[in-house]
Design a protein around this ligand. Structure first.
Ligand SMILES: [Zn+2]
Length: 400
């Protein structure tokens, strides 16, 4: 879609033109007012990238949600390139947004059926190719590696494979957090969403071992808290560095949680399930920061049903009492990380989706979340017959 058209569409939307069905925007008629609960409802969820093409496809999606006892939708709002999936007036809009406002249509159809919508934000991940204006204006927001090279000079993962190159903002960049909160505010103003969902709320995987972050802010914080100047090749002086990185992420989580709660919205996050890995590899200390969240979505992509029982025990042992638990499973039996085998991984058979889903429900979690509707609908991975079988299977094992 042409940029000019996008801008005029956004203006039309804000002006409240009858050309668009606006019943899911903030000033909706009383009978269409969204549910905004102080506590999340038990029940299943699903992630979706809003690329449906018509009201009919949206209705079909919502009907499938109801079949699978889904009462929470996580809709991709800001993607890994920093673009947004709704007709924004202020931020770069992704190519998938066209004349049909899928984002708004899903909000409206979901609320009509009592299903909550959570705006899913990729938090610290940004595109290295053609970065959005905020990154062009503030390259100092980005990570700096151990050699003192910023992402601009050496993008994250570029040394692993050039095509993996990406930009990543350091969680200490308060100006970037303010930018994201303004984006969240725009979504809240335009649409009735029930919650904010945080994704990539962490540092990148440390495939290069303690590679990040040595930006001026991180070095200053470490000096203030521990008295040492990094980087340094010294076991003692490096000792608390992981804790500092974890605290940087936690402070960002609290910032976004405060924002959400001030606006009477739920707050949640997607996290690495193994908390040891979460802390060691991406500085995501969710056992601690779960106290700021209404619920948490630990991943269990491609994990065998047998191993999920162990994962459940470890997760429950460290999760804060006030935080509800909705683990996520792949909605298609795609094998990527598990391709090399290992007892931890599932078999990749078509029925694995439902079997894995059931393994979590048997652990009495508050609900299970499918990742994603788009994957579930991909005929390369799930046949039409298998899709219907999965929907029926999930319905049968899920509670009312
Ligand atoms: Zn930093």
């Amino acid at each position: 879609m042409k940029k000019q058209l996008r801008i005029s569409m956004a203006l039309v939307m804000l002006a409240g033109s009858a050309a668009f069905n606006l019943s899911c925007v903030k000033h909706a008629p009383p009978d269409k007012v969204a549910i905004s609960k102080a506590q999340p409802l038990k029940g299943n969820g699903i992630y979706i990238t809003p690329d449906l093409n018509s009201a009919g496809e949206v209705d079909q999606f919502i009907a499938r949600c109801k079949s699978m006892r889904i009462n929470k939708i996580f809709m991709l709002t800001k993607n890994t390139k920093g673009e947004v999936n709704y007709p924004s007036n202020h931020y770069r809009v992704s190519a998938m947004v066209d004349d049909f406002d899928c984002y708004g249509a899903i909000c409206q159809a979901a609320h009509r059926e009592g299903i909550g919508v959570h705006a899913w934000f990729v938090i610290f991940h940004e595109g290295a190719k053609d970065p959005v204006p905020i990154i062009e204006q503030h390259p100092e927001y980005l990570l700096v590696n151990r050699e003192g090279k910023s992402n601009v000079e050496q993008p994250t993962w570029s040394t692993v494979k050039p095509e993996y190159s990406t930009y990543w903002v350091c969680p200490t960049a308060v100006g970037y957090r303010e930018y994201l909160k303004k984006m969240m505010q725009e979504v809240i103003d335009l649409y009735q969403v029930d919650g904010i969902h945080l994704d990539y709320i962490r540092y990148p995987e440390e495939v290069e071992a303690r590679q990040y972050c040595y930006c001026d802010r991180c070095k200053k914080l470490f000096k203030e808290n521990y008295g040492y100047t990094l980087p340094v090749n010294d076991v003692v002086k490096n000792r608390y560095w992981v804790t500092q990185m974890c605290n940087n992420v936690t402070n960002a989580v609290k910032d976004f949680a405060d924002f959400a709660h001030q606006h009477n919205k739920l707050i949640s996050a997607y996290v690495f399930t193994d908390y040891t890995t979460a802390i060691e590899a991406v500085y995501q200390n969710w056992p601690w920061f779960s106290r700021y969240l209404d619920f948490i979505i630990p991943t269990s992509y491609e994990v065998s049903p047998a191993y999920i029982h162990k994962m459940a025990a470890m997760t429950k042992a460290v999760l804060h009492d006030s935080c509800m638990l909705f683990p996520t499973v792949y909605a298609a039996p795609v094998q990527r990380r598990s391709a090399d085998g290992g007892v931890r991984w599932y078999s990749g058979k078509p029925d694995d989706v439902v079997t894995t889903f059931k393994a979590w429900l048997d652990e009495d979690v508050d609900g299970v979340v499918l990742f994603t509707y788009n994957l579930m609908m991909n005929r390369d991975y799930v046949s039409k017959e298998q899709l219907e079988k999965n929907i029926k299977g999930i319905r049968e094992i899920s509670r009312e």
